[in-house]
Write a protein that binds this ligand. Structure first.
Ligand code: G6P
Ligand code: MG
Length: 220
């Protein structure tokens, strides 16, 4: 039986995936590196330095460590400006209802976000208290696609991974869920997220009853 849902944040509960993209795109433009939405799919769920390394590598750029750190700082500053105006209205439609439905069924709710800005985004969305456990970048050594962050949440909730559902919009995050041996729900384009057990275009379409039924059919 499924006893926990563990959610990614950016792109799953709110549209911050778009803000990350805009901030990386601006930096790539400044560096003269070609960077589009297809490239960005590789970056979703990937931590800040890993994302920057991807862009530098794509442009064949080798820069001194000090300059790399300054670029990461610049991207983060831009990102923080983009999220500064966020409020409860930016929570994706259906999330509150979904959380309530899970609570009614006594299912734990966890967060697994690679972002160092996760706590701030949760505050702005007004959902900090909705979670039984929150893991962000500060809680883990290995970023997605490594399963550590999802396993950390399951462990903190004291629920075996096999009884957890992971919800992700990113390729790296889905890989982490699959390697954690959790039931996987993709949010986005089914052609991109083909690894997932089930994919919804939008979180608002996720019906917990259906997911639990499908998971049960697969022996969960
Ligand atoms: C999430 C996003 C990534 C972002 C990463 C680090 O995983 O999907 O796009 O790069 O967090 O975010 P941060 O806020 O720490 O730079
Ligand atoms: Mg995401």
């Amino acid at each position: 039986t499924i006893r926990a849902f563990i959610f990614d944040l950016d792109g799953v509960l709110t549209d911050t995936a778009e803000y990350h993209f805009l901030a990386w795109k601006a930096l790539a433009d400044q560096l003269g590196v070609d960077f589009d939405k297809t490239d960005n799919e590789q970056l979703k769920g990937v931590d800040r330095m890993g994302s920057l390394q991807f862009i530098l590598q794509k442009g064949g750029l080798r820069l001194p460590e000090k300059q790399i750190l300054a670029l990461a700082e610049q991207k983060n500053h831009h990102y923080q400006q983009l999220i500064a105006g966020m409020s409860e209205a930016d929570l994706f439609e259906g999330v509150t209802e979904l959380f309530n439905a899970l609570k009614d069924r006594n299912i734990a709710i966890g967060l697994a976000s690679a972002s160092k800005n996760a706590a701030m985004v949760l505050e702005r969305l007004g959902i900090t208290d909705a979670f039984d456990y929150v893991a962000d970048a500060s809680k883990v050594k290995q970023g997605k696609p490594h399963p550590e962050i999802f396993l950390t949440v399951a462990d903190a909730l004291n629920i075996p991974p096999a009884q957890c559902v992971g919800v992700e919009d990113s390729l790296a995050g889905l890989q982490a869920i699959v390697d954690a041996r959790m039931y996987s729900v993709g949010i986005g384009d089914a052609r991109v997220l083909h690894q997932a057990d089930v994919v919804y275009a939008h979180i608002g379409e996720l019906e917990p009853g259906k997911v639990l039924g499908n998971a049960a059919d697969k022996g969960r």
